[in-house]
Design a protein around this ligand. Structure first.
Ligand code: GUN
Length: 280
């Protein structure tokens, strides 16, 4: 069994991006500028956005963090989106999700100019991705493809089970893995809360991508010997032994599944760091 070291790969990818950026700037091109909008004080979102800003610095990007309290109106947020759409210095931007309940996330997402939608959430980018056209691709599935590539993992003709059907991970992941490409050319099954016999589906899989947000859901009895296991779960579970009061738990029972599989991503240090470097 080999552990897929997403942390190490992400450091390497960011160094590659930084070298490319310095070449661009030396050639007289503009330094890339990423802006991020954060509404409210959700703990997970604060951490993600802080890591995105830190990664921008590591890659030599300019970054701008725009913060709003969670009582901002939807119109005020739409106005800021429009301002960033029209700002020629901003190359791309993200609106960190989730947004407060009184906002329509889909309306905000669709207000972003798809040419600046580096999250790849705008329907134009989702549509282009699904038919294999150049576009911005959701960062987490894209980071997983990069890991499969960098570990030289065969995907052609493999049976892949994606657990979870979210717009951010499950759906784009399934779509990308079925594309005529490497990594891709998989036969993909998407399982969700209404799937009958998830265990039987998983036992058929050469590759499992677990993105359900259910700690320890994938147990050793669900895994075919030699399968590749990609764990997207990052649920915060209470842990009194940690200074923060919590630890991150993946969707896979790592200790027992690791013994059975060929490759596995740990949590933390697997998919998480790749999502951010993929956004860069
Ligand atoms: N919330 C959780 N993941 C993401 C992401 O990739 N982008 C944004 N904007 N919000 C998120």
């Amino acid at each position: 069994m080999q552990i897929i070291d997403g942390k190490a790969v992400s450091i390497q990818v960011k160094q590659e991006i930084a070298a490319e950026v310095e070449k661009m700037v030396a050639a007289g091109q503009k330094r890339p500028h990423l802006a991020a909008i954060l509404v409210g004080h959700d703990g997970g979102s604060e951490t993600y956005v802080a890591n995105k800003v830190k990664s921008c610095a590591e890659c030599g990007f300019k970054s701008t963090l725009i913060r709003f309290e969670d009582d901002i109106t939807e119109q005020e947020l739409l106005d800021k989106v429009q301002e960033l759409n029209n700002d020629p210095d901003v190359d791309g931007f993200i609106v960190q999700l989730p947004l407060p309940k009184h906002m329509n996330e889909q309306k905000i997402t669709e207000a972003i100019d798809y040419r600046k939608d580096v999250d790849g959430f705008h329907p134009i980018n989702v549509g282009r991705m699904s038919i294999g056209l150049p576009c911005f691709v959701s960062a987490t599935p894209n980071g997983i493809l990069e890991l499969l590539k960098r570990y030289d993992i065969e995907t052609k003709g493999k049976k892949c089970v994606v657990l979870g059907r979210s717009n951010i991970v499950g759906k784009p992941m399934a779509n990308l893995l079925m594309q005529k490409a490497y990594p891709g050319d998989c036969t993909v099954t998407v399982c969700h809360s209404h799937t009958a016999n998830i265990k039987e589906e998983c036992l058929q899989a050469d590759i499992i991508v677990a993105a359900l947000g259910k700690p320890g859901f994938v147990t050793a009895d669900m895994v075919k010997p030699g399968a590749v296991i990609i764990d997207v779960g990052t649920t915060r579970v209470p842990d009194a032994t940690r200074k923060s009061g919590f630890r991150l738990s993946g969707d896979v029972d790592f200790a027992n599944v690791a013994e059975k599989c060929s490759f596995i991503t740990p949590v933390p240090g697997g998919v998480g760091p790749m999502s951010i470097c993929s956004l860069m």
